[in-house]
Structure formats: C-alpha cells, structure tokens
Design a binder for this molecule. Structure first.
Ligand SMILES: O=c1nc2n(C[C@H](O)[C@H](O)[C@H](O)CO)c3cc(O)ccc3cc-2c(=O)[nH]1
Ligand SMILES: C[C@H]1O[C@@H](n2cnc3c(N)ncnc32)[C@H](O)[C@@H]1O
Ligand code: SF4
Length: 342
C-alpha cells in the first residue's frame, strides 16, 4: 500500500519586497521605498495565464511596512485587494505578510482560506544577532500572532527556521510552544521545518543548515507536535533524494507550496512535480495535490469562501483522476477513496 505525501500547486505574488526589518539571512528584501508595489493590473496579468493550469493556491508573500508608518494602511489595503483579485479569478489565497494587528488579521480572514507566519525561533538570543534590526522578529510578537489566529479561527501555517544561531534545545522549546497554543485553539494545520539556506543577497555569512540533520529534527518534532499537525519540508532545500526520502520516513508528510519560483530562496528552484514523483514513487510514496486549506478547517471559513473551496475540491478530483488514469505516474496500489478522503 502506497503512503501519501501532499503538496500545494501554487504561485507566489509579492505585493512589495520593501521591508523595514533587516534579517541578515534574507534574500528577499529591499530598503523601504526601493521596491514598487505590485499593482492590481500587473497582478491580473500574472494570474491570467495560471487559470488554465492546475494551480489552486496564490501565496501572497510580502516585505513589511512599519505598523506606525503613514504608508501602513495603503500597504495593507493593497494586500487585501490582491487577495480579493485572486479570489475573483478563482484562486485560493494564503497570505504571509509578517505580523499583523488583530483587526488586520480579522479583515484578511475574509479573503484568505488560510494564513501563515513562521515562529522561526523563540529564543531572545537572536535579537542580538540575525534579528538585531528586525523588530517584527520579537518572539512575543510572533507568539501573539499564533494566539490571535486561534481566537479568530484562522487555519494557520507556522514553522521553524533552522540554523540561524539557535541550539537544539531551542528547537524543542519552540515546538513545545506551538503544541501548547494548538492544544488551546486547534488551528495549526502545518508546521514547516525550514533549513536556513544561504543565498546570494544575504549579509549573514553562516553555513547552510545541514539537511542531513533534518530527519532527526523531524523525528523528534513528530513526537512533540500533536498528531493533527502535518510536518512540511521544502523539497528545494533538501536536494539529496535519499535525504528527502529519509525526511518522509521520519514523519514529514507535505512538501508545501510548489511554485515556479521560490521567492524566499530564489537561488534554490523547486524541482518539478514529475521529477518529485520519480524520486518518491520507487520508494512507495504517492505525491498528491492538496488545497491551501486542510479539509478539517473548511467549516471555519465564510460561506462564500466555502463555496469556492468546494468548487476547487471538485476540480482537484478531476486532476487526481487524470493522474490515476496514467499508470506511469501513479501506481494502482493506492485506492482513489484514499486520495479523495484527504
Ligand atoms: O515556496 C515557498 N513557500 C512558502 N510558504 C508557502 C507554503 O508552503 C504554503 O503556502 C502552505 O503550505 C499553504 O498551502 C510559506 C507559507 C507560510 O505560511 C509561511 C512560510 C512559508 C515559506 C515558504 C517558502 O519559503 N517558500
Ligand atoms: C517566509 C519565511 O522564510 C524564511 N526565510 C527567510 N530567509 C530564509 C533563508 N535564507 N533560508 C530559509 N528560509 C528563509 C523566514 O522564516 C520567513 O518567515
Ligand atoms: S525575512 Fe521577512 S521580515 Fe526579515 S527582512 Fe526578509 S522580508 Fe523582512
């Protein structure tokens, strides 16, 4: 019997690369005022050709404008409008735009099927190093986001950034914190274990997180996190096929949003789905597309969003049908029932 590993066919749009934080491992940001904001008409042009592809998720990933800046409201409105546009074109938005106010989060809930923010690491030590110039990375600020998302019943994605100067004990502490908050609100759909991967733009001169260590972290994380939280790993940052398989053996079950470009790690292109299937299938893993909202959270969404999600689920069924009819891609050991029920 094949085992299932999921991914989300996605495309990333970036409202702006400008960011008032300066995380030293970042390959994404520009200085404030140095990156034009994505206009709605430019976004529409990006999204149009995707309508005929099997893409469901639009990841809205942004640099940040300071909460007290006079530009903040316009920045937020642009993000909101981009989500609305994506919805109107039949896509399902997932926004990760750094910490938001409670009201901003509440408003974005209406135009997103899930949202996300990496907790990264809770240890305050990093405020003296990689986050010295990053007020958004205050551990209390990020924990509070998880709490607000819970109160607002927003299906949420969070995760750890590994290898930015923390200790092993820091990992377990951050994972414990995620577990505790989930036990209160039951809203964390997935936890990303993201290995720090140096790129050409960053100022931090540190080695990459050793991906050979990742299976061990996953194995332990699986024991700390509640069973209903899925562990996600980015396949482009775990290049070695054998270690990718080892990550799955250790308990990872999702490969995240797979898009033409990884905006966060532009030096590490995503492998295409065909290649991934070729790695996974001989080891008995079936790669199955999913939506950016996990099925158990659909009832948390507004009626309008639920309708759109239902429509997308049906389209996804057709895609899976196509895949299962192709014996080269998907073995017949997996019953369709099993795929659909995810
Ligand atoms: O392609 C990427 N997708 C990233 N995603 C997308 C993510 O894989 C999917 O949007 C979710 O799994 C929802 O389907 C993130 C989403 C978050 O909420 C938080 C952090 C990330 C980080 C990345 C990333 O580095 N690269
Ligand atoms: C979107 C998320 O990507 C993570 N992120 C930012 N820079 C890097 C990097 N060089 N390598 C891996 N992950 C990174 C941050 O944790 C951010 O929250
Ligand atoms: S990682 Fe996010 S918060 Fe940090 S500088 Fe880059 S865009 Fe800004």
């Amino acid at each position: 019997m094949s085992r299932i590993v999921t991914y989300s066919p996605a495309y990333t749009i970036v409202p702006t690369y400008e960011c008032f934080n300066r995380c030293t491992y970042c390959n994404f940001r520009t200085d404030p005022g140095k990156s034009p904001w994505l206009t709605l008409s430019a976004a529409e042009e990006l999204l149009k050709p995707l309508q005929s592809q099997n893409i469901c998720e639009i990841l809205i990933l942004s640099g940040e404008v300071h909460p007290n800046s006079p530009e903040r409201q316009a920045w937020f409105q642009r993000i909101y409008d981009l989500c609305e546009l994506a919805l109107s074109m039949g896509f399902l938005p997932h926004t990760n735009a750094g910490p938001l106010s409670f009201e901003e989060m509440q408003r974005l809930k209406n135009v997103n099927v899930s949202m996300g923010l990496m907790l990264e690491q809770l240890t305050p030590k990093l405020l003296k190093t990689v986050h010295r110039h990053s007020p958004s990375k205050l551990p209390e600020v990020r924990s509070q986001q998880l709490q607000w998302a819970g109160e607002l019943k927003i299906p949420f994605t969070t995760g750890l950034l590994l290898g930015i100067g923390e200790t092993e004990d820091d990992w377990w502490e951050t994972l414990e914190a995620i577990s505790q908050i989930h036990q209160r609100y039951h809203h964390i759909q997935e936890v990303i274990l993201q290995p720090h991967s140096p790129g050409s733009q960053q100022t931090l001169n540190a080695p990459p997180f050793n991906p050979h260590q990742l299976p061990e972290v996953i194995f332990k994380a699986r024991r700390i996190l509640p069973q209903d939280i899925t562990i996600q790993i980015p396949p482009n940052l775990v290049k070695d096929d054998q270690w990718l398989l080892a990550c799955l053996e250790a308990g990872a079950r999702d490969l995240g949003g797979i898009s033409p470009k990884d905006e966060v790690n532009p030096d590490y292109p995503h492998p295409n789905e065909q290649l991934l299937r070729e790695i996974l299938q001989p080891a008995g893993w079936e790669l199955v597309p999913r939506l950016p909202v996990y099925p158990q959270y659909e009832s948390w969404l507004s009626v309008d969003l639920q309708k759109l999600v239902k429509k997308k689920s049906l389209q996804k069924k057709d895609i899976i049908d196509e895949l299962t009819e192709n014996p080269v891609q998907v073995s017949d050991r997996l019953s369709r029932e099993e795929i659909y029920n995810r």
